[in-house]
Write a protein that binds this ligand. Structure first.
Ligand code: M6R
Length: 364
């Protein structure tokens, strides 16, 4: 049931404040300001590395997870798309753990990677949305996302719930490994608890985003740029746009611009820059200047500080609330989903059931 929404995707985008809150509450004790103890088959303090494998949007969630585990818990993460992971003969250690991320819990390549790691003697955690799935059954521990059924082929609420689980686990790992103090844990838990409220604020920007999408629908190519956790988000934005609007899009690390994609920049190339005012904001501003100097049309997604300091002419600026660093990827995912959604609506595509795609890819 779509309720009063036009598409399941729209409904699922709007469910995010609620399901993120639900998911976080499974891992965090908001009142006590602590991450909840998990019954893990391994100890975060005793492993040397974590392997993560997934496909599509779930892979991009994992990539953001890598930034978090390495930054907050000083835990090195090896991550690959499942179709590469299972064949590239990487050295695996039975003392380490592996996480598999999947909405459906049935994706063929991810499942094969899981079995491959299990055979290597690793401890297996499954971040799945479908509790009765094959991956859930074949893992040592199920780390559920509580997004509820996701019908739209384009993953939206499952993605932000995967991020919610990964952020909570990174905090938990940091505490276990002694890289996060009790005070910091409290701060992180409070910051994460605020994500649903900020997500609600962002959903109210739908009129502005719809207007931008009306323009975007006229272009043939779109480039997304970001640094740090906004780099995987740039790839997620491009994936979302191409799969439902059929507009060709690429997501790049902003620093890679001058290593190739800058050759594509002209007045026919909108460039969506995801850049909250963070530790490397200035670097992204110089990339935007390079784009502007070549006539590229910039759509900047930032916060109020970033909007004030961007010093570059943009076609549009979407100003999000100022949010703490740890929840930034969860909040910035929303305008990106909304932009793809409205663009597809203007293009008149079958938003919930795009051509050539299946919700669950059970063949290789
Ligand atoms: O069910 P899974 O999370 O394992 O699915 C993985 C991908 O097929 C999926 O995320 C796909 O990329 C989405 N259609 C993206 O919106």
């Amino acid at each position: 049931d779509k309720g009063n929404r036009r598409h399941f995707m729209e409904k699922e985008i709007h469910e995010q404040p609620e399901v993120i809150s639900h998911t976080l509450a499974n891992y965090l004790d908001f009142v006590g300001g602590v991450s909840k103890p998990l019954d893990l088959p391994f100890d975060f303090a005793k492993i040397d590395r974590l392997a993560i494998s997934a496909c599509g949007t779930a892979y991009l969630a994992g990539l953001i997870g890598k930034y978090w585990f390495e930054r907050y818990a000083r835990l090195p993460v090896d991550i690959d798309v499942a179709s590469e992971f299972r064949y590239r003969e990487m050295p695996l250690s039975a003392n380490d753990a592996a996480f598999f991320i999947s909405q459906s819990g049935e994706t063929a390549d991810t499942l094969a990677s899981l079995r491959y790691c299990r055979k290597a003697g690793m401890k297996i955690g499954a971040l799945v949305n479908v509790r009765e799935s094959t991956m859930a059954r074949e893992s040592d521990v199920v780390l559920p996302t509580l997004a509820g059924p996701e019908i739209g082929v384009a993953s939206t609420k499952a993605f932000t719930c995967q991020l919610s689980v990964l952020a909570s686990l990174a905090v938990r790992a940091g505490v276990a490994r002694g890289t996060i103090s009790r005070e910091q844990e409290k701060t992180f838990v409070r910051e994460l608890s605020e994500a649903p409220r900020y997500a609600n604020q962002v959903l109210k920007l739908d009129h502005q985003i719809e207007k931008i999408a009306r323009d975007l629908a006229h272009y043939k190519n779109v480039l997304y740029l970001g640094r740090d956790t906004n780099f995987p988000l740039a790839m997620e934005g491009a994936l979302k746009l191409k799969e439902i609007s059929y507009i060709h899009a690429e997501g790049y690390a902003a620093g890679e611009l001058k290593h190739g994609p800058i050759a594509l920049i002209d007045e026919n190339m909108p460039v969506i820059v995801i850049a909250p005012h963070d530790r490397i904001f200035e670097k992204t501003v110089s990339n935007m200047q390079e784009v502007a100097a070549r006539g590229g049309k910039i759509i900047l997604i930032t916060d109020s500080k970033g909007a004030a300091l961007a010093s570059v002419k943009t076609m549009e600026t979407i100003v999000l609330p100022d949010v703490p660093e740890i929840i930034s990827p969860i909040i910035y995912a929303l305008p990106i989903q909304m932009l793809a959604y409205f663009t597809a609506v203007f293009m008149g595509t079958d938003v919930d059931q795009p051509r050539n795609l299946a919700k669950s890819v059970t063949v290789e």
